[in-house]
Design a protein around this ligand. Structure first.
Ligand SMILES: [Zn+2]
Length: 61
């Protein structure tokens, strides 16, 4: 008996709080994992992605 619908583990999107911070410039950066070689700078860089809005930035290590 019963139709058990399995719970999906999807990341919840909180309304309001996150994006407001992002708009204010306070992104929640997460390291994207891969390092890339920036040819122009001649250095290894780390790609970071905001887990809330998806924006990316590149930082030098
Ligand atoms: Zn963001």
């Amino acid at each position: 008996m019963g139709d058990v619908v399995p719970f999906r583990k999807a990341p919840r999107k909180k309304k309001g709080s996150g994006k407001t911070l992002c708009k204010s410039g306070f992104h929640k950066w997460e390291v994207d994992g891969r390092k890339q070689f920036d040819v122009r700078q001649g250095k290894l860089v780390t790609i970071r992605r905001c887990i809330r809005c998806g924006e990316t930035k590149v930082t030098l290590d």
